[in-house]
Ligand binder design. Structure first.
Ligand code: FCB
Length: 393
């Protein structure tokens, strides 16, 4: 049984570009229009208009928390100019969460950048941390009274890897120098934003949502494999926390899958080895025990932990209910071992625009018909609801 179920936060997560629709002023939108083969996000889930319906559904499904992101490019349409219309819109959104009894987790940066920022070099520009912190301050002043938990940056390591190393997301750069620079700038941006938010709202709870992977060596007997797993763990799971020490009020973790690493020679390389068992529709291995493992050493930060994302692409909903059950059990086990986990946000409330994968992967507790925009909770959404109700009894 989840510890302290009465105060535990149960819910789901989304992000602006993936659900709102028509985010025409950010770099992803621009990139989708001009890149051959790229899927266009278009109207996405039309959540910008339908948020009331979606939050009422979340409440009906037993949730008491919800994570969403604000779209920076809507709020700061032109550099230094705050868009009153967008501020009012997000006030309505956050008030609607309150009305539905949903605690809010609000992300400030979830992969997209305003076009004006991207034209200035995005996160490679050394001015960007300051510009980001100014945006955070504006949000604290105008919307801070309605925000329960702040997530400054979503998955900095994923962003930097995809955009500056693998070159598959905008701005499609492949440069070690840029990669290291962007990480430094994002860390600095987080620290400045943390200070600004706290200056305006001293009681604010501020953190990040860090993507974590449960790395393991292919063979426990091979020093090389163990070294590869250890180094990846340090770099991917902990480096950003290290660069931002002292500026977290909680630890936010996005967990999806484990990764087994083996070192091969001639030529020397590290390879991802196959992981046995079930997979999601995207081929991501499903291993709930990886979450227990991650949580067991995230204890070291001595901060409350929230699972800010966890889920799978599962169009026929054949694996989602078990996935949720197993990952909640994994959390219980970690709690028994002393990890202070206080909430679980499933990815996602709705099917949505899954970046370069487009609309094919179905991550939603709720199915979205993209022709009619109709919403229909999947059976697993009711299983999750029953688990929540049972825990609260
Ligand atoms: C995470 C992202 C989120 C979503 C899920 C499937 O890495 O934060 O936007 O795409 O993966």
């Amino acid at each position: 049984m989840i510890r302290e179920p009465a105060s535990f936060l149960w819910g789901a997560a989304t992000s602006a570009h993936q659900v709102e629709g028509n985010n025409i002023h950010n770099d992803w939108w621009q990139w989708e229009q001009k890149t051959p083969g790229a899927v266009k996000s278009g109207a996405a889930d039309d959540h910008y208009r339908l948020f009331r319906e979606d939050f009422a559904l979340a409440r009906e499904l037993g949730h008491n928390a919800h994570r969403l992101s604000l779209e920076w490019s809507r709020l700061e349409l032109k550099e230094g100019q705050w868009n009153e219309g967008a501020i009012d819109h997000y006030r309505e959104v956050l008030e609607c969460l309150r009305e539905n009894g949903l605690a809010s987790f609000v992300t400030l940066h979830h992969f997209t950048n305003p076009m004006w920022l991207s034209k200035r070099g995005g996160w490679e520009n050394k001015e960007t941390p300051r510009l980001f912190a100014r945006y955070a301050e504006m949000v604290a002043e105008h919307l801070g009274d309605l925000i329960d938990f702040w997530v400054t940056i979503n998955e900095p390591m994923v962003y930097v890897t995809q955009s500056y190393w693998r070159a598959c997301w905008p701005p499609q750069r492949h440069s070690l120098r840029a990669t290291l620079k962007v990480i430094r700038h994002m860390a600095y941006g987080h620290r400045l934003a943390y200070e600004n938010i706290h200056r305006v709202k001293p009681q604010a709870k501020v953190g990040i949502a860090n993507s974590v992977i449960a790395f393991s060596p292919d063979s426990e007997r091979k020093v090389g494999d163990k070294l590869a797993a250890g180094l990846n763990d340090w770099w991917y799971n902990h480096r950003f926390f290290g660069l931002t020490k002292g500026t977290h009020d909680f630890i936010g973790l996005n967990y999806y899958f484990p990764r087994k690493l083996g070192v091969k020679i001639m030529p020397l390389r590290v390879e991802q080895m196959p992981v046995s068992g079930l997979q999601s529709d995207l081929g991501w291995p499903i291993k709930a025990e990886g979450l227990t493992h991650i949580l067991s050493y995230m204890k070291r930060y001595r901060l409350p932990i929230y699972i800010t994302e966890n889920g799978l692409a599962d169009a026929d909903d054949s694996r989602r209910a078990d996935f949720i059950r197993d990952h909640l059990r994994a959390i219980e086990r970690a709690q028994e071992g002393g990890a202070d986990v206080r909430g679980y946000l499933h990815w996602s409330l709705l099917d949505n625009f899954e970046w370069i994968e487009g609309f094919k992967p179905r991550f939603g507790l709720v199915e979205v018909n993209y022709e009619t925009m109709a919403r229909k909770p999947r059976p697993s959404a009711y299983v999750y609801k029953a688990i929540i109700e049972q825990a609260r009894k």
